[in-house]
Design a protein around this ligand. Structure first.
Ligand SMILES: *Cc1c(COP(=O)(O)O)cnc(C)c1O
Length: 390
């Protein structure tokens, strides 16, 4: 039996070669430092785990949850949006639970695309935007994110015939992999663009709470008119170190929330309720743990910045997310540099081309190991690279 044409179009797994090398090195007992993983190394805060522990004994929670999520959970999300962004949401019609935001990001294409329809997709970017588009039978149209434009897409560069045909536009700030943030001005321009061309904006705000130097990144929904044309995906994964728990949400335009909710209600049965109670606790409890997480990433960012500067990189440090997006030295491709650093320094970095064609020539560092391990990683890189030529 042959897989369908969408599956055939899926790009081969770009990290396969690197993963094989990691396995080989580990077998030899080499101590590898992994700066490749976009997954917090820190544990979920205790107050959240405690609520989970209580909730798991309540047999009501052992049954099917509702697909939309507990109203109490949706209220907790709405309250958090109001406290954090001053955005008012109706928990009944403007909030939907997701089994992690990745799930919703992939499924939104299935609820909106007909065969051959176009989605506007940032490049470099989180691979799910484009892959969800392809799996749903659509076609991604790439919006390049270039350093000279602060890694924002240039909406004027999108040809009018493409914009007219486009159904969805994905954007993501603070941005993975570039660490860029967007201001309200950009979001407002996006709203205008979406109104002109009848496009649904899908903003991925997974990193809204992870920013440096005291920056508080805005929500897309703070932009004037945003709710008329867009939704925002979010999750507890990065803010509360809960990537393994699988819980997130979509908020915003009530029609889009209804459509995505109807799609989902036919294929999944929601999130284990005990996890929803833990998430309620996360959002409503003391946010000191978030401050602590921010402080730790800031410290690591400064280590990475110093490490890169010592080797001769002059880069604008990331403003948000927990990534560094760095050009490879002269004479290397993204892949050859990642392989070189792994082989010679036993440090894993992610080749930028894994995030799209405009990622070629870059690599990504994730701040997801301890400060001490980061220092060690940069010492090792300095030992093999010295001063780099760019
Ligand atoms: C980590 C991440 C998410 C969050 O995914 P979950 O499914 O909520 O764990 C979403 N978008 C981007 C860009 C991410 O890097």
């Amino acid at each position: 039996m042959k897989e369908n044409s969408a599956m055939q179009k899926l790009p081969p797994y770009l990290f396969a070669r690197i993963e094989k090398k990691i396995e080989e090195a580990r077998e030899k007992g080499i101590d590898i430092i992994n700066l490749g993983i976009g997954d917090p190394d820190l544990p979920t805060p205790k107050y959240i785990i405690e609520r989970m522990a209580q909730s798991i004994y309540d047999s009501v929670n052992h049954q099917y949850p509702t697909s939309a999520g507990l109203l109490e959970y949706r209220k907790a999300v709405a309250d958090w949006y109001y406290r954090r962004f001053g955005v008012e949401l109706d928990p009944r019609t403007e909030v939907l639970s997701l089994i992690g935001s990745k799930e919703g990001i992939a499924h939104i294409s299935f609820s909106y695309l007909d065969k051959g329809d176009i989605n506007l997709v940032p490049d470099p970017g989180y691979p799910v935007y484009g892959i969800g588009t392809i799996l749903a039978g659509g076609q991604p149209y790439i919006m390049p994110l270039l350093e000279e434009n602060n890694f924002l897409p240039v909406l004027e560069d999108i040809p009018e015939d493409i914009a007219k045909k486009a159904k969805l536009m994905f954007i993501n700030y603070p941005n993975n992999p570039t660490g860029a943030i967007a201001d309200l001005d950009f979001f407002e321009k996006s709203v205008e663009f979406a109104k002109t061309f009848d496009i649904l904006i899908c903003h991925d705000a997974a990193y809204s709470e992870l920013a440096f130097d005291g920056i508080k990144p805005p929500s897309f929904l703070q932009a004037k008119g945003a709710k008329e044309v867009g939704i925002e995906f979010h999750s507890l994964s990065k803010t509360y170190n809960m990537t393994g728990w699988r819980i997130g949400w979509a908020v915003g335009n009530n029609e889009a929330i209804e459509v995505l909710g109807r799609f989902k209600s036919n294929i999944d049965s929601g999130i284990f309720q005990a996890i929803q109670y833990a998430a309620i606790e996360a959002l409503q409890g003391s946010q000191d743990s978030v401050k602590e997480i921010q402080r730790i990433y800031q410290e690591r960012r400064d280590v990475a910045l110093a490490g890169l500067e010592r080797m001769g990189w002059q880069i604008n440090p990331p403003k948000g997310s927990f990534y560094f997006w760095v050009p490879v030295p002269k004479g290397f491709t993204s892949a050859s540099f990642a392989e070189y650093v792994l082989e010679k320094a036993a440090v894993i970095i992610t080749p930028g081309n894994g995030y799209g064609e405009y990622g070629e020539g870059y690599f990504r560092i994730a701040l997801t190991v301890s400060k001490e391990r980061m220092e060690e990683a940069f010492d090792r890189m300095f030992n093999i690279l010295g001063k780099v030529e760019l």
